[in-house]
Design a protein around this ligand. Structure first.
Ligand SMILES: C[S@@+](CC[C@H](N)C(=O)[O-])C[C@H]1O[C@@H](n2cnc3c(N)ncnc32)[C@H](O)[C@@H]1O
Length: 354
């Protein structure tokens, strides 16, 4: 099945999706309010409808609006008054928000449509590097292992071991690093810290984000919800560090690119494939092919898959952990082991019983 065969959401599906703003944007009161405004406006839904198959229309539309606002910070636009990222202080419950938002979208409809139909949700969340560490710590290999990130975006996680990382009371990583991650460890158990040595590292993405390009950096910045200023500061610091390293990130769809990459990856050392918040952006009908393309890399070498994704049994999981991801580790073709639950932005992580 190709991307063109994937079922597109109907206008009704989209309205439903936007009507769950509290669930989608737990740390953004502004986006919660905007989601309700979009759900009730056919013209705004028509813009969101232009997104590519598999993309999250909610994040994409709001990132496109944020991107345009960030592009001209000197120009006074009433809507900017609600964006903390732009110094705005207005209350999201102020009824004037509806007019300010719809007027802005109508005035910029062509640019918004172009962004929504061309861009991807590529939010590179620095703190998810802590989950990669914990996943690696569950792999019983001395290394060196090859690290391949599928859905690498700007490659922020490929430098995970250059960041100081505090998980609960445990600190790892270089003490003087300008990038400092902190996450809550919801358990009395000790945090595992021993990880295999990393050999070659590389990424793959539909569209690798070039961190040296100001417009690309602005897109990554626009994807961070306006209230999450600390998350943005962390991204800025990591971007500086990673841009100087220029990680190798190949362009391609995992389903078609991994079989070609197979021959190039070392066969004489284990391979760790890492993907975070990536499978969730693959259209549902194509996920079996995505999993199979990763699994096939295990034919020529020992393969471990570490993933931080929305679990397939999302309803049951949601009842237990709320909106959150499952950290899983899979050795070869064995069943995946769920080792932790974590919120999408890695503010907390809870190890699960074996
Ligand atoms: C939400 S971002 C997550 C980025 C990073 N993994 C993180 O957690 O910070 C998802 C990334 O996956 C990429 N992606 C989505 N589908 C893909 C596919 N089929 N093959 C390769 N990359 C894909 C997107 O382009 C995007 O950069």
């Amino acid at each position: 099945m190709t991307v063109d065969d994937v079922r597109r959401p109907t206008r009704h599906d989209l309205a439903q999706r936007f009507s769950h703003g509290e669930r989608e944007f737990p740390t953004s009161p502004l986006y919660q309010r905007l989601a309700g405004i979009v759900a009730a406006d056919d013209g705004l839904l028509a813009i969101a409808e232009r997104c590519r198959a598999g993309q999250q229309p909610t994040n994409l539309l709001f990132a496109a609006v944020h991107y345009l606002l960030l592009s001209e910070p000197g120009t006074p636009v009433p809507l900017a008054g609600w964006y903390r990222s732009l110094g705005g202080t207005r209350d999201p419950d102020d009824p004037a928000l509806t007019t300010a938002f719809t007027d802005f979208c109508r005035a910029n409809e062509a640019d918004l449509t172009a962004l929504v139909s061309r861009r991807l949700v590529q939010t590179n969340v620095v703190k998810r590097s802590a989950a990669l560490r914990l996943g690696l710590a569950a792999i019983d290999e001395p290394g060196p292992v090859t690290l391949l990130e599928v859905g690498a975006s700007g490659g922020i996680h490929l430098a995970f071991d250059a960041y100081r990382c505090r998980i609960g009371d445990t600190e790892v990583g270089p003490a003087g690093s300008p990038v400092r991650i902190e996450t809550t460890w919801r358990s009395p158990r000790p945090v595992p810290t021993r990880i295999p040595a990393i050999g070659a590292r590389l990424g793959l993405d539909l569209h690798p984000v070039d961190l040296a390009d100001p417009a690309e950096r602005r897109w990554l910045r626009a994807l961070v919800w306006p209230e999450n200023l600390a998350q943005y500061e962390l991204l800025r610091a990591a971007t500086e560090l990673v841009a100087a390293r220029r990680p190798r990130i190949l362009t391609g769809d995992a389903i078609t690119a991994l079989p070609r990459l197979d021959a190039e990856l070392p066969a004489d050392r284990p391979l760790v494939v890492w993907h975070a918040a990536t499978r969730v952006h693959v259209p549902e009908e194509r996920r079996p092919a995505f999993d199979a393309a990763i699994g096939a890399l295990g034919r020529r070498r020992r393969l471990y898959t570490v993933s931080l994704e929305t679990p397939d049994d999302a309803a049951e999981w949601y009842r237990r952990y709320g909106i959150s991801y499952a950290l899983q580790v899979r050795a070869g073709a064995r069943p995946a082991r769920r080792i932790a639950a974590a919120d999408g932005h890695l503010t907390w992580i809870e190890p699960l019983s074996a």
